[in-house]
Design a protein around this ligand. Structure first.
Ligand SMILES: [Zn+2]
Length: 156
């Protein structure tokens, strides 16, 4: 039962995509994404069964993710001992799966995403991959960083 965890919902998501139900990102959520990007969490690219995941620790966590932890995460994913263990891991680690053609449809393992089908991690990770741009207003806040007037203000 526990094996059917959220990340396993690709099939469902493909169905959703057919109808082009892109989640609308609100200004508030853009801001969450922006603030998350500023945390500069270490993100580890991890290939699991042919799927590319971007993994990191949660914002609350003070430790950084390691490749070994990613591995442990996926080994455990299919065999949680109990719900407590599953919850403990899902509170510590985030696994984002990016849809490069349609970044709004990217998926994440966090609780916010489960409810809203979008979250700061999908917004932020897409941003790192140059798939989206923060609305102008947010970038204006970062006035100092604009000094160089780079062609790609998104590059962090
Ligand atoms: Zn998330």
């Amino acid at each position: 039962m526990l094996q059917k965890w959220s990340l396993d919902r690709d099939a469902e998501f493909t169905t959703t995509k057919k109808f082009e139900l892109k989640p609308i990102i609100s200004t508030r959520e853009w801001t969450f994404g922006y603030n998350w990007v500023k945390l500069r969490k270490r993100i580890v690219k991890y290939l699991h069964e042919g799927t590319q995941f971007y993994m990191c620790t949660t914002s609350e966590s003070t430790s950084d993710i390691t490749k070994a932890k990613c591995k442990e995460f996926w080994i455990k994913e299919g065999g949680w001992h109990d719900l407590d263990e599953l919850l403990e891991w899902s509170m510590k680690f985030i696994a984002v799966k990016i849809d490069s053609e349609n970044w709004e449809s990217s998926t994440c393992s966090c609780h916010y995403w489960q409810k809203n089908f979008k979250c700061k991690h999908t917004i932020g990770t897409s941003h790192f991959l140059n798939l989206n741009k923060f609305p102008g207003l947010d970038l204006a806040i970062e006035g100092n960083a604009k000094r160089g007037r780079k062609k790609k203000p998104d590059q962090l």
